[in-house]
Design a protein around this ligand. Structure first.
Ligand code: GAP
Length: 498
């Protein structure tokens, strides 16, 4: 037995077998067990690839979003925030190009009956071929494309499937009434573009400046899966950075990429689990001249290194495509308006040069859910003791931890100790998220807090009643120190910011 102050515990040697999450399934199980993420609609057998965020999951998501918002909107002086509608005028999606091109090619395997995205299959693209610029069905019929499930080349022709969720507006609207058709937004970006002039004029901004938005987006994905990695409803953190037409756009993509890599590292993600991917020309979205994806190692269990990675976010150079196509003025070669429906011109007048132009855009687009998954996988670690017992420790960055401090009474049958612990919890709450817990022995309580990533535990014991001090225990080192209650709030805040 060893003791710190009057706190006694048995000494079992735990050594760190610092294994990060071996696979996504490990996180799925932890997430459900400890209240981060639950399968949605479970009482009715679930709903393919929909997930609900539990008490700890909602805090973690909020902390990720808050970190992002502070970093871009508060810490910098050149970015404004907005929150636009999810349902926009259908014409937004006509002129953004989504109605015509936001679709995936779909094929079925005649052998194993799997349904897949054709453009993800081996052999789909010819050398240098860009989506829509080669005869994909000729390749499919010629046996050049392989089923990702069984390897067969006996595949159907491809069919295009638009991924936007359709709905109709108004109680009286018929299902097929084109005037009533609306979509759930597939990206938050368009809400930013159509508000470009509103924000610029209201906030008296000069280019370069950015507009940030966090919110839900919806895509009727053909093959959702891998937990919260690919779902039909998800959350994005997008920022459109408006610059002059002659800025160094391609270089700015690199600059924003580097900034985001640092931001992810600041969230506790190991740089070795991040890598950059220059999206090949043939795979660029219709609006993009260049896109770099930041990839995360979501599949460390896969033997081939190149199959371990999936997109965490993308940084695109969108040119002036969106502002120009939502504007009333631009005309085609024959002098006809490109957009016959817009009532506004989203060009910008640059006072110093007395020129008018459509700003170009650098767009870093990140997913909240994919960031949360990467953060959980990277924070996951296990400690095993000499008896072979394993403990999970979630080494979340303090800024992301759902609970910053747990206040634990050493004896729950002692009203004075319980009263003091509850009073400490109440006094800390205005400064940081704290919880009180007395539902087990101290060892179990510590283990539970370790597993959900609480950086600090505060234990109130018998001696606390006399010396007005408590024991503060560190999640990562398990070291304990005695701190005066009068200095506790400051002490915890300092430790959490370190
Ligand atoms: N405005 C550009 C845009 O939306 P994107 O690469 O299609 O670009 C940006 O999406 C990010 O949104 C992705 O990198 C990913 O983090 C997230 N995302 C996209 N589709 C998703 C899905 N089905 N499930 C979860 N996250 C998704």
């Amino acid at each position: 037995m060893s003791s710190v102050g009057s706190l006694s515990f048995s000494l079992t040697v735990f050594y760190i077998r610092c294994v990060p999450a071996p696979n996504i399934d490990t996180i799925v199980s932890l997430a459900k067990r400890r209240g981060f993420v639950f399968p949605s609609s479970e009482v009715y057998g679930g709903l393919g690839s929909a997930w609900d965020y539990g008490p700890l999951g909602v805090e973690l998501c909020n902390n990720v979003k808050q970190s992002w918002w502070r970093w871009l909107v508060y810490d910098r002086d050149d970015i404004e925030g907005i929150d636009s509608s999810i349902i926009l005028n259908r014409l937004v999606w006509k002129y953004s190009g989504h109605e015509a091109t936001f679709h995936d090619p779909l094929v079925d395997c005649r052998e194993c009956k799997s349904r897949m995205r054709a453009d993800k299959l081996e052999g789909y693209f010819p050398e240098g071929g860009r989506l829509g610029e080669f005869d994909a069905n000729a390749r499919l019929r010629g046996g050049l494309v392989k089923c990702s499930n069984c390897g067969s080349t006996n595949l159907t022709d491809e069919r295009y499937f638009n991924m936007m969720f359709r709905t109709t507006l108004g109680a009286a609207a018929a299902e097929d009434d084109p005037a009533a058709v609306a979509y759930l937004r597939p990206e938050t970006a368009q809400g930013i573009f159509i508000n470009f002039l509103n924000v610029q004029t209201a906030m008296r901004r000069k280019v370069p400046f950015g507009i940030a938005q966090v919110g839900k987006s919806f895509r009727n994905e053909i093959t959702p899966g891998n937990f919260i990695l690919r779902t039909r409803e998800f959350e994005q953190m997008e920022m459109e950075y408006f610059v002059t037409p002659d800025a160094e756009h391609l270089q700015m993509v690199d600059e924003w990429t580097a900034l985001y890599v640092e931001w992810f590292k600041g969230l506790g993600i190991d740089g070795r689990n991040l890598k950059l991917h220059e999206v090949p020309k043939e795979e660029l979205a219709h609006y993009s001249k260049r896109t770099v994806d930041i990839m995360y190692r979501y599949f460390p269990e896969r033997a081939e290194e190149e199959r371990q990675w999936e997109e965490l976010m993308g940084i695109a150079y969108r040119t002036d495509f969106d502002l120009r196509s939502h504007s009333s003025k631009p005309v085609d070669e024959e002098g006809k308006r490109i957009n016959a429906d817009s009532t506004d011109d989203l060009s910008y007048f640059d006072e110093p040069t007395k020129t008018r132009f459509y700003p170009h855009v650098i767009e870093p687009a990140a997913g909240v859910n994919r960031t949360v998954l990467a953060v959980l996988m990277d924070a996951y670690s296990e400690r095993t003791n000499d008896k072979g017992e394993t403990r999970v420790i979630l080494k979340l960055a303090p800024q992301l931890a759902p609970i910053k401090a747990a206040i634990l009474p050493l004896a729950k049958n002692k009203p004075e100790i319980v009263g003091m612990a509850k009073a400490i919890k109440r006094s800390l709450q205005p400064m940081l998220r704290a919880v009180y817990d007395d539902t087990g022995g101290i060892g179990k309580l510590y283990a539970r807090q370790d597993e959900i990533g609480t950086p600090l535990c505060v234990t109130v014991d018998h001696q606390s009643l006399e010396d007005e001090a408590v024991t503060v225990r560190d999640r990562d080192t398990w070291e304990q120190e005695r701190v005066k209650v009068s200095e506790l709030a400051q002490h915890l805040q300092r430790r959490l910011q370190a």
